[in-house]
Design a protein around this ligand. Structure first.
Ligand SMILES: C[S@@+](CC[C@H](N)C(=O)[O-])C[C@H]1O[C@@H](n2cnc3c(N)ncnc32)[C@H](O)[C@@H]1O
Length: 249
């Protein structure tokens, strides 16, 4: 089953995405991803498969470095991405099972991997990446949530404006049962357009796995696993996220 579509942010509220998380916010991280892919590849990467490419905000910078094909399950997000990046090819499909019948020099797995709720699903995404990579190519993936780093009931409030839309959104993460591999991210959106307020809510169920599980699954798929850290100027001082740059032997 394709999970996307249950999250309102990727269906009826997808139009909020460019206001909530504008493409400019992704320039620094896209430059990091391109650099790390190049550093770890045994070949010169030219083509890139982007799994869970969403609204194409990362692609908006990455397309200067690579010839990109993006895959995402949400038709609404893909439609935003196509509008933003007319030169990028987008495919609507599930990253666990998609098979495009061709290979790429590099694969980037974006934050949509958060929606993998079982080890089988996580491994299926790694298998998709492996199947589509040329030998000597790299798959890059970073890990936003691990049980070790999870902050129970973390709540952030963000205010954004674009055009006539003023958006305030509350994002809360909560794990009601720490013995399983899922937690909740709940959004409350306060949307004001021409002074009129609407309040919307949206529940996302996300997966959370120990780093050792990631390492094991990546090895089982056949990758040569290399670990590095994802650093960003907007992360709290001294903090970074685990990142895997995995080579296909
Ligand atoms: C936060 S968005 C990614 C945004 C992206 N970083 C960008 O640059 O716009 C997460 C995406 O993961 C996608 N997704 C979640 N589960 C998926 C699956 N099984 N297959 C494909 N896409 C999936 C959602 O449709 C959503 O577009």
């Amino acid at each position: 089953m394709i999970r996307s579509g249950q999250e309102r942010l990727y269906s009826d509220l997808a139009w909020l995405w460019p206001t909530m998380s504008p493409p400019e916010d992704y320039v620094e991280e896209a430059e990091t991803f391109a650099r790390v892919i190049r550093e770890h590849s045994r070949i010169t990467p030219r083509t890139l498969l982007h799994l869970t490419s969403g609204g194409g905000h990362v692609d908006n910078r990455l397309r200067h470095d690579f010839d990109i094909t993006g895959v995402d399950a949400s038709p609404d997000m893909v439609s935003l991405a196509r509008r933003l990046n007319p030169d990028v090819k987008y495919v609507i499909d599930d990253v666990r099972s998609v098979r495009l019948g061709r290979t790429f020099d590099a694969v980037f797995v974006d934050d949509g991997i958060l929606y993998m709720l079982t080890e089988e699903d996580l491994k299926a995404v790694f298998e998709t990446a492996f199947e589509h990579l040329v030998p000597g190519g790299v798959m890059l993936v970073y890990v936003e949530s691990t049980p070790e780093r999870f902050e129970q009931n973390r709540t952030d409030v963000t205010r954004r404006t674009s055009g006539d839309t003023e958006l305030v959104y509350v994002e809360n993460q909560y794990d009601p049962d720490t013995s399983d591999r899922e937690y909740e991210t709940t959004f409350v959106y306060l949307i004001r357009q021409d002074g009129r307020l609407s309040v919307e809510t949206d529940l996302h169920i996300c997966g959370i796995f120990p780093l050792d599980t990631w390492r094991r699954l990546l090895r089982e798929v056949g990758f040569e696993v290399r670990e590095t850290r994802f650093e960003h100027s907007e992360f709290p001082e001294g903090s970074s996220e685990p990142m895997f740059a995995c080579l296909k032997p």
